[in-house]
Design a protein around this ligand. Structure first.
Ligand code: ZN
Length: 243
């Protein structure tokens, strides 16, 4: 089975459509949370993802905040402003979906979390030290995570050593049966690794392997929608820089 693994769509419908086009051959889609927040089309993105025939969705901290399940004062000013704006834009069914999703879920023998295994809603998994805490927290062989908006892989070998870091477009890693992995596809709707293109990965569960992909999308269109909505202009500006 080939699974498109997406994270941090952040209400960016233009980026999401480009990714779903590029991943059209996938048999299923995993979405690692932060479906909404920052971007101008939260309800449209929820509808698109909820309508996927083989979609598996979990919640991120922004989704939880919009559903009153995560403290807004945890956010910076722009993020909190966007969360409040988002709340006013959702349909009753859109809001109900965000209230239902959890930030952690096991599916097909694979763990999905938004932040980390230790703290699925909030922790940023950035380095080997954080990865160790997640590897020790629970016994999994493969976990997909998001939240940092940066494509990453951490690998724990049977001797307990952990190595990892950033990955690049086109990187493909065959997963060894005796090793354990924490894998981040990067962000669809708000990349922060200096590359404005939408990021995702394809997980081949038969091989098994993971392969990182980037795809162009009309950034200016997404920016115009953010400005027209009256959201903080920085949220539009940063899309062009991938920061
Ligand atoms: Zn996010």
């Amino acid at each position: 089975m080939r699974v498109a693994v997406l994270s941090d769509v952040h209400a960016n419908l233009d980026a999401l459509e480009a990714v779903l086009d590029a991943a059209a051959e996938a048999d299923a889609v995993f979405v690692l949370g932060d479906i909404v927040g920052y971007g101008a089309e939260p309800q449209e993105v929820i509808d698109r993802l909820a309508g996927l025939p083989d979609g598996r969705l979990i919640a991120g901290n922004h989704d939880l905040a919009v559903a009153d399940r995560f403290p807004l004062d945890w956010f910076n000013h722009d993020a909190a402003t966007a969360a409040r704006w988002t709340k006013g834009r959702l349909s009753a069914t859109g809001a109900a979906l965000l209230r239902r999703l959890e930030p952690k879920e096991g599916t097909e023998g694979t763990l999905l979390v938004h932040g980390s295994v230790r703290d699925p809603a909030a922790e940023y998994l950035l380095d080997e030290l954080g990865a160790r805490a997640s590897f020790e927290h629970e016994d999994f062989s493969l976990c997909f995570f998001g939240h940092t908006h940066v494509p990453t892989l951490f690998r724990r070998t049977s001797d307990g050593s952990i190595r990892g870091g950033l990955t690049a477009e086109g990187d493909r890693v065959v997963l060894e049966p005796e090793a354990r992995y924490l894998v981040n596809p990067g962000s669809v709707g708000q990349p922060r690794d200096g590359d404005p293109r939408a990021a995702f990965l394809v997980f081949d569960s038969d091989e098994p392997s993971v392969a990182w992909r980037r795809v162009e999308y009309p950034v200016e269109r997404a920016q115009e929608k953010i400005r027209a909505a009256g959201l903080p202009p920085f949220l539009a500006d940063r899309l062009a820089a991938g920061r």
